[in-house]
Write a new protein. Sequence first.
Length: 33
Amino acid sequence: LVAGGGASVVYSDTICDLGGVNELANYGEYSGA
């Protein structure tokens, strides 16, 4: 996952820890990653 900014990395790590695969996919589409 290549997202812009360190905050995106923290966000993705948090979602992965929570097991929110769909949320992470939606975030990726929203951010244009």
